[in-house]
Design a binder for this molecule. Sequence first.
Ligand code: FAD
Length: 348
Amino acid sequence: MAAENKKQNVPDDMPDWSAYRGVMIFVEQRAGHAKSVSWQLLGEGRKLADKLEVDLIALVIGHDVDNLAKDAIAYGADRVYIADAPELKDYRTRPYSRVALQVIREVKPEIVLFGATATGRDLAGAIATHLPTGLTADCTILDVEPHPSRLLLASRPAFSEKMLATILCKQYRPQMATARAGVFEAAPYDPTRQGEIHSVPSLMAEEEIDAQVLQFIEATERFDLEEAEIIVAGGRGLGGPDSFQLLQELADALGGVVGASRAAVDAGWIGHAHQVGQTGYTVRPKLYLAVGISGAVQHLVGMQNSDCILAINRDPDAPIFKVANFAIVGDLFKIVPALTEAIKAKRA
Ligand code: FAD
């Protein structure tokens, strides 16, 4: 039996976790709008739940968020637990983690996944400190071993991003992980899907919550690379910081945002918030324009799942063309302004 267990990745001294079943996804929202990573995780969670033959469960916390419970079912959840109360409108660690802990303790999912966003990281960390379990942060690949081990195989870049480490949580349940936005694909939205919706109470009154949200001040530069549908990204080929203005004009004409390769960020031409790739953001826009970017593997892992890729490079052998749907070989300083003018003229 011991030898058989070892073969199946089940430690001999593993406690009986058979009461823990199901894959739970935290649906992150702000002002009632879900972060797209939530739907991407439901898409991936569906695959894990099907492999384990268990329910996919969504946890929705907020105020006036009934629509998100329905959306979670349409995106693949079988069951939704929803805490909807005025004091849960904005994310705060204690009220959110109290609700999440209560639901996890009662529902006993074997896996709980969060987006690796500021909120997801904070909430997952707070929950992990209260539950006798660990947390694998910033995963880029998720899989499960089938019964009997039912282990979550949570993989993430490690050792300065040079290796991919697969981390197992053999002794404790639930197995928890945060996962990067843009890596996984949401399932098609199916409004005809049926599922259960369970209401759960908010567990803290406003006067018990020590942190208060006084005001939201939007950053002067409104910018969300992970949520953008169009990204115009520039690399070392731009030659300096001023040329990013050319990309900004093209991005403005298209209604998109500006991204960058690490070479451009390391040179100090643009901030790290714009960096796409292994040590930057993983993005999945409808359109990705790679301008003066060679297409190093560390850049490709961050953008190759974009729906459509247009690359502009003067080197016809640049590796970026291998993943591009459309290629323009030539000087970006001639092509980008011409493209911007053509788009503006078409929109005028
Ligand atoms: P280059 O490779 O120098 O390419 C510049 C391109 O511009 C060339 O193809 C050239 O033909 C073209 N060009 C030049 N002038 C023009 C012109 N006038 N018109 C048209 N085309 C022109 N990189 C990332 O991007 N993101 C990451 O997250 C990242 N993480 C990394 C993590 C690790 C551990 C390591 C080791 C590296 C990482 N890198 C990352 C760096 C990566 O390996 C490359 O060095 C980097 O992506 C190169 O950036 P680039 O394509 O802008 O520059």
